[in-house]
Design a protein around this ligand. Structure first.
Ligand SMILES: [Zn+2]
Ligand SMILES: [Zn+2]
Ligand SMILES: [Zn+2]
Length: 313
């Protein structure tokens, strides 16, 4: 049965502690696809079956992201299926390798599905599995859908998976900000080219997709600029974010919750220099990884690294 509705999405089910939601726009897209002939112009049942196949492949892909994120100690508890694809809300540890694995595991699911679907579509193996000729042909269609999704997803155009993989690979060799900036610029160029192509082809779906890519690539570019600014801020050595281990900023970057004056929360062991209030219990976001923790937790992270890291961690 359908569960709670959240932000225009219907909760379908929960498995492995991950709730799967379906956005209502998906239902409109599904109706449109079935009526305009996703697979066949005449066979509505085949179109519905194809749609369910597409739905399952996208869902498995998103579970790939979510479970990979969990496997490296990250948080992932929600998947939302949108008309333009699924989104697994993942929060992996803020380092290049865990992010890379979390992103790569989605397309990896499509890669694993390819030989399975191919064999099921092949007459010999398909028959062994008890599939009729029609069933085998359907598996062939799913093979094509899976292949197209994989090719599309792996284009190195941020924010598509390929672009995010490129970004995390670059992050292994440079700062996150520079890696994101390069990936975002390629994303803007790729999204622009995609948009022109969609315009020429009169493809409404491709145009929406291109706008989605352009918007997110532009956001990525803006965020990379903010990250670069953050890197310039001097840091207080010896204290660390409990999540990403970055040093806190040095200087009065915070507002005291009691007296509203601008203070440095990390001097004086989280006692406000102005009014003397104890702010240890206050929750603040890390300026690097944006995760929120109690100020007190910044003081309890042991400095295990033998070499103190610089401003950009
Ligand atoms: Zn993906
Ligand atoms: Zn952090
Ligand atoms: Zn104060």
């Amino acid at each position: 049965m359908f569960g709670a509705i959240r932000n225009g999405s219907i909760k379908l089910f929960k498995v492995f502690g991950i709730s799967v939601y379906l956005n209502w726009l998906w239902l409109i897209a599904a109706f449109y696809l079935v009526n305009t002939g996703l697979i066949s112009r005449h066979n509505t049942m085949l179109n519905i079956a194809g749609l369910l196949g597409l739905f399952s492949i996208v869902l498995l892909h998103e579970f790939g992201h979510a479970l990979a994120c969990r496997s490296v100690g990250g948080k992932a508890d929600t998947i939302v299926l949108w008309p333009l694809g699924g989104v697994a809300y993942v929060n992996p540890p803020h380092r290049a390798l865990p992010v890379l694995w979390t992103i790569a595991a989605g397309p990896l699911v499509n890669v694993i599905l390819l030989p399975i679907l191919y064999l099921a579509a092949h007459s010999h193996y398909g028959a062994d599995l008890g599939l009729t000729i029609g069933g085998q042909r359907f598996m062939g269609i799913l093979f094509q859908i899976d292949f197209l999704l994989l090719i599309f997803n792996m284009m190195p155009v941020y924010p598509l998976d390929g672009g995010q993989i490129l970004m995390s690979l670059l992050w292994l060799f440079m700062s996150e900000a520079t890696a994101l900036r390069i990936a975002a610029i390629i994303g803007i160029a790729g999204g622009g080219a995609f948009f022109l192509w969609a315009l020429q082809e009169h493809s409404t779906w491709s145009m929406f997709m291109a706008i989605f890519v352009l918007f997110n690539a532009w956001q990525g570019f803006r965020i990379s600029g903010m990250m670069k600014q953050i890197q310039q801020i001097p840091r207080r050595r010896g204290l660390h974010c409990p999540h990403c281990r970055a040093n806190p900023p040095l200087g009065p970057h915070w507002t005291c919750f009691h007296c509203r004056s601008q203070v440095d929360l990390f001097e004086n062991h989280a006692r406000c220099p102005s009014c003397g209030a104890d702010l240890n219990g206050a929750i603040i976001p890390c300026i690097d990884c944006r995760k929120e923790t109690r100020i007190a937790d910044w003081f309890t992270v042991a400095t295990v690294d033998p070499v103190e890291v610089g401003p950009s961690k």
